[in-house]
Design a protein around this ligand. Structure first.
Ligand code: SF4
Length: 278
């Protein structure tokens, strides 16, 4: 059995919060560069400025965007790991220190009704999953409101089928336009129930940008949606172009015979997330 002290969790979450805000993932820069080479005129210029912004933020160690998000944290705890304390408290302490010491914008209000800022960006939204082994894996994923607000869930019927799913996704992207700061990573969750499909969509955003689904039906849908989304001419920052999505990820789960829940979770071009394994 491996024992992990809460202070270790706090220290790592604090570091990851700052890194996620300031240091762009290489795979995103590479995807943006590839997209830029495929564009001309204004859309090429916009992608060039996004890349310049991201690389400058990384070099100066300052946030790549003013909206440093609400912190979503995914935790996987192996059955041979003992946490010597309250893991929720340890994570939230890490978020608080990360946002305070990292001078990141605090974007969380205590109540959606009274709108009073908590002043340290806590609490985070924490999802805990139990796995096998002696590892504790923590992934932080700050989510800006621009992209999160354009995300949706719809309870389709089985008769709506693949065409109904595609229509829902394409309509959502068209309606969102430039508001979620395209080019996007489009996360799609299909199956489960109301809350499960939303979680599937969010989890799909954590997959590597080049990762393709191992399920042949999902893979086909990912490729078709990617092509169809990029034909919408929404383009970088909604000003037209060939690149509306950098990637489309589809995660699925079994569901009721009479249900077809679908969720779209949109991620902006910043696509911030950082991982640690303890
Ligand atoms: S959608 Fe992303 S890039 Fe746009 S403002 Fe929000 S966090 Fe920043």
């Amino acid at each position: 059995m491996k024992t992990i002290k809460p202070e270790i969790i706090t220290e790592n979450v604090k570091r990851l919060c700052i890194e996620a805000a300031n240091n762009i993932n290489c795979e995103i820069v590479n995807a943006l560069k590839k997209a830029m080479n495929n564009e001309v005129g204004l859309s090429k210029e916009i992608l060039s400025q996004i890349i310049e912004n991201d690389l400058l933020a990384d070099k100066e160690n300052i946030p790549m965007c003013q909206d440093t998000g609400i912190m979503v944290v995914f935790v996987e705890i192996g059955n041979e790991v003992f946490i010597d304390g309250d893991i929720y408290e340890a994570i939230n302490k890490g978020i608080s220190l990360g946002y305070t010491e990292g001078y990141l914008r605090k974007s969380v209000v205590k109540s959606p009704l009274n709108r009073i800022n908590t002043k340290d960006n806590t609490p985070g939204i924490i999802h805990i999953k139990h796995t096998m082994g002696d590892k504790l894996k923590i992934t932080v994923c700050p989510k800006g409101a621009g992209s999160e607000n354009m995300s949706k869930v719809k309870m389709l019927t089985p008769a709506d089928g693949i065409n109904g799913i595609k229509k829902f996704i394409l309509d959502s992207i068209k309606e969102a336009g430039g508001r979620p700061c395209p080019p996007l990573i489009v996360g799609v969750g299909i199956g489960g129930d109301l809350e499960k499909c939303a979680l599937l969509a969010k989890e799909s955003l954590l997959r590597d940008i080049d990762d393709e689904s191992a399920d042949p039906d999902c893979l086909k849908l990912e490729r078709e949606l990617f092509d169809e989304i990029n034909k919408l001419n929404v383009g970088p920052m909604g000003l037209g172009g060939k690149t509306t999505a950098l990637a489309v990820k589809v995660n699925i789960y079994p569901c009721h015979i009479a249900s077809l829940p679908v969720a779209i979770n949109i991620q902006c071009h910043a696509s911030r997330h950082k991982v640690v394994e303890l």
